[in-house]
Design a protein around this ligand. Sequence first.
Ligand SMILES: [Zn+2]
Length: 83
Amino acid sequence: MKKAMLMAVAILFSATGVFAAHNGKMLPDTTKNQKAKPVKVQYTCTMHPEVLSDKPGKCPKCGMTLVKKEPAKKKADSMKMKM
Ligand SMILES: [Zn+2]
């Protein structure tokens, strides 16, 4: 069953690629973003930042519900302020 799924994904992917190359040069990649989500989300405890999990759950130390940890992107801002 997994193989068929892979095939379907591969076909879908190449079809989208051809379509985009043919037709989507001037359009933003909104369709791409809706399909693929390669963003890695981690969950952490607000009280224990050292606790990290790649799926939602509870903190093993205090039992609090883990919250999503967003990747920080402050580097781009500091680059801008150079001048
Ligand atoms: Zn905790």
